[in-house]
Design a protein around this ligand. Sequence first.
Ligand code: PEP
Ligand code: CO
Length: 458
Amino acid sequence: METGNASTPPNWNPHSWQTKPASQLPVYPDTAALQHALGQLARLPPLVTSWEIEKLKQQLGEVCGGERFLLQGGDCSESFDDCESGVIAGKLKILLQMSLVLVQGAKKRIIRVGRIAGQYAKPRSAGTETRAGVSLPTYRGDMINQPGFTPHERTPDPTLLLRAYERSALTINFIRALIEGGFADLHHPEYWDIGFVANSPHASEYRRMVESIGESLRFMETLAGRVAGDINRVDFFTSHEGLHLYYEQAQTRQVPHRAGWYDLSTHFPWIGDRTRSLNSAHLEFFRGIVNPVAVKIGPTVTSEEAVALTETLNPQNEPGRLTFTHRLGAANVEKCLPSLVRAIRDRGRQVIWCCDPMHGNTESTSNGVKTRRFENILRELELSYCILRECGTHLGGVHFELTGENVTECIGGASGVSEADLSRAYRTQLDPRLNYEQAMEMALLLSRLMAKERQVAT
Ligand code: PEP
Ligand code: CO
């Protein structure tokens, strides 16, 4: 084992996770084929760079100080079929538009992070699925196998790791090009597709907010004598669940002139709620990489575990290194969040509190369709915001499952998606996402909440 330096903890290397219990990893029948694919992956160029990662880490450090706010969102699970221009542009556009709305209310700079360009591996509650007496491996995301229920499609295929890397590269390439070119339609909120505003009880407030976004953009353009630079050259970062540790390991590198190991498959990987136990392979891998990292925490986490997570993942107590993405559910957040926040606060640990109001609010309709209710999502967000403030800290960010398309997967919102509408455009392979209008409305409501709180505070 290697000994540690300032950036690499003692007894860590990119494969030390293999000595720990690893859950949620696929079983490949052909291990030689797996090694071959990983060998190729380890030689291919990285998807992101160390200086982008350092920039994000620094910006996340400013979230701890209350100067920035994190907006993270995208698909539950990306699909290879959705790697096409309209879908990618749609996701980028919704996140950029939401960030313009949030900046109005928060009066803070927004860090935009997509669940994109690598979100291809999923934890599942069961290893196999049985239909009509036939049992096959569960679908674990396009990086691992395919959703169709045949032995061929469900057998984990290591060449899909390379396909995932390539799709991620294509996605990130297009995003970089779009950002470089500037998204002209962002400058004119009057052209945004937000007809739902008329049906909202907050219609006039929304309209005022959108108008003032347009006015401030035009004001900046007038001052600068050109199209507002800040909008044209926004930062945009990628994230995904670092579930498939072989994939992550193959992209983990040392780079010239910097200490430590960077996971260069994404800027901001996270550990899922099911793989975050203290002795897990996932924690072992994550403790040694220098990227900023997040951990999803659900209602079963204890305060002691939360503190131990901060000690293992952020022993230097660096602001911005560690985000807790809490996904407790509207029904549990009041019971669970305050003690977690106090335990972390009382020990002086630096953590960003980022609310994922999606994963604790999943339910099934009477027809067995997986959905989420807009009102529960909003409620968890609002409660989290208030609890964090009452505990003497602040909500640092939000994490949504959303898409730029007009799907009908979540119920509610001013556009009025009902249970009966779900079958109309239900496209997700896994969890239900907010559609374009629901995501914009969520941003407007959150922005409104932050603006109100600021007024109370001054
Ligand atoms: C997810 O983000 O899609 C997910 C599986 O979340 P969690 O680990 O919080 O359950
Ligand atoms: Co999900």
